[in-house]
Design a protein around this ligand. Sequence first.
Ligand code: ADP
Ligand code: CIR
Length: 355
Amino acid sequence: MVSAEVLEKLETEFKKLEASDSKSLLKKYLTREIFDQLKTKQTSFGSTLLDCIQSGLANHDSGVGIYAPDAEAYTVFADLFDPIIEDYHNGFKKTDKHPPKDFGDCDTLGNLDPAGEYVVSTRVRCGRSLQGYPFNPCLTEEQYKEMQDKVSSTLSGLEGELKGTYYPLAGMTKEVQQKLIDDHFLFKEGDRFLQTANACRFWPTGRGIYHNENKTFLVWCNEEDHLRIISMQMGGDLGQVFRRLTTAVNDIEKRIPFSHDDRLGFLTFCPTNLGTTIRASVHIKVPKLAANKAKLDEIAGKFNLQVRGTRGEHTEAEGGIYDISNKRRMGLTEYQAVKEMYDGITELIKIEKEL
Ligand code: ADP
Ligand code: CIR
């Protein structure tokens, strides 16, 4: 049974959201009818509607505003998740099925900017959830420790270019942590969207980063998702970056079983990351296009691209450097998601050159 306290909080905060000018997908799709239908539901982990939407209720400036506290929430609260998923992932309907994993032929993706005039660096990441564990809001401190042990010992088996070291956040000096964040290798701390989603409990327990010597291959442990697997390097050689990622993911998948759903693809905490979970991005300087930020967003949108600031989501551009990536991750293959970024960035550079 959902407690009277939770129901009361839901009611009060829902009214505030309704009265706000929030542009979030949560506000767009949480009608009174859907709200009343879902407010008394619970998953077998005890997760309620409040657990799903508290981040969006606390942050009216959310773009999306909803997270799945456990995988079952995608089914129990489907009447809210499905339209949000459809909107974010370019029309992925509740009757649609995400295609099977397909990394395609990385060799068909070349260097986006061989002369090095525009692209500063290239990064491709994906998210994975460990089978048998719920997402952040439902994890116990013990589970965080257990997962970190599992992840660090598994990754210690990687070889060649992927060989590296796991660094737990607990015990890392603030200087080292800040340098890793400033250099774009490590997740930031204190993200209010995640905090209010109840995703930062027991921090920094169980959180950490694995990376190879050159920091071209990295794995985040227990930040937003159980795992974020990342390949990145300076310049625009997307083919090389994606090839490294696919090699790593194929190898790690042989060692750890991940949560996958027949319809939704790989399962993640945030519905924007479901499916392929791929975000392929460049750090890019396009000063002429960026002279009008609204115009840059509009043109990027035409190519299904999303523009972020230099330090990632919810940050500003520094030194004219934008993070531009594929927006949708569902209803297409891994290869197609990366190709969407490749084709879009190729067009953006062409437009920039012509201005
Ligand atoms: P995520 O990519 O995991 O969704 P963020 O948007 O917060 O999360 O980005 C995480 C970090 O990755 C940030 O420090 C951001 O600057 C960095 N980053 C993203 N794309 C690139 C890129 N192409 N080159 C260098 N750093 C990047
Ligand atoms: C928002 O709604 O703005 C945040 N909750 C982030 C949403 C999408 N980003 C993500 O998954 N990293």
